[in-house]
Design a protein around this ligand. Sequence first.
Ligand code: ATP
Ligand code: MG
Length: 377
Amino acid sequence: MMSDTFSRTEIIGLVVRLTLVSAVTFLSIKWLMNQVDPTNKSKKKAKKRAQEQLRRLAGSGNTPLSVDKLSDYEMMIAAHLVHPEDILVTWEDIAGLQGLVQELRETVILPIQRKDLFTDSQLTQPPKGVLLHGPPGCGKTLIAKATAKEAGTRFINLDVSILTDKWYGESQKLAAAVFTLAVKLQPCIVFIDEIDSFLRMRNSTDHEATAMMKAQFMSFWDGLSTDSSCTVIIMGATNRPQDLDRAILRRMPATFHVPMPNAPQRLQILQLILENEPVSSEVNLTTLSKSTDGFSGSDLRELCRNASVYRVRDYMRNVPANEEACISNRNAMTDSEDEFHDALRPITMDDLVKSLNKMKESKMHCGSLPVPRLDLD
Ligand SMILES: Nc1ncnc2c1ncn2[C@@H]1O[C@H](COP(=O)(O)OP(=O)(O)OP(=O)(O)O)[C@@H](O)[C@H]1O
Ligand SMILES: [Mg+2]
């Protein structure tokens, strides 16, 4: 007789088949999602890099680091951890800003390094936010790099583009992870270069997700201020402080203006740039520093680089073609390299003035230097 109810074996078979189909569907969808997600590869790379950086940091410094308890989002942020050994900039590479550097060291770095000296008063706690602002090319990023090298704290160089994820809600989770990770790694400095691009004035045209991320960032930041024992500092750099949200400016009470260098500062920068370069004895850097009004540190570097190229160009013009071939054949040998360097003349005042005039002309065309007024009478 045919039974209208299922037998036990049939029910078990059905359950097994259903489970199998669900598992296969789940795995296929997961695989498909990974394929569709263009950031999947970079996420994997970020995780690998984070693990590597955390491992290196765990082996250095005096604060123990527990690596295993990080979420996926924290791992993404941890990929931006900077190991001091990877940075080549020190305080000695910054010229003409001794006062500012000293103040920065006393307000930001010392309270972290010598916490014991600052525990008796609430007022001596390091600020939770530090802003470096000033015209382009005057050393803001340079100062941040030196801080990362010398502070002896964990340093996250946050690339804000990773906070903008296409999936709704992911950006907020990443923004939160910045703070939770920094707290886990403390003492820690989170550096956001060109902070105006990310935390600019909020307005009604902001996308909802962006507005929420900014709000979350600020509320987590406030969380840092309420816990006085927490040593996490958000450090930002911008050349457009006027574009920053007022609420962000309030959260960065320690502001440092990195100005356009004046003549004595320019002299110090020039001396530093040309310190290890072959410079002719007739070069007068004081005169040069006086005639470079409106030049930033980065412009001065470019000026010297240009001047240095002139001597190579001169050499190449004077060398007969056959000799040139000889030199290129012997290029790999260090002896011939020495000969080549010996044959090059040092940088002369002429080179520097030629380079200065060229740069001045180009700056006037770009509008970054005023065109000199002609006296017609
Ligand atoms: N005070 C300085 N001493 C020595 N070098 C300097 C100084 N200021 C600038 N420079 C040179 O200029 C380069 C650019 O500086 P930096 O990247 O710090 O500028 P910035 O202020 O961050 O500019 P931006 O606002 O455009 O990001 C440095 O790598 C360095 O070579
Ligand atoms: Mg910069």
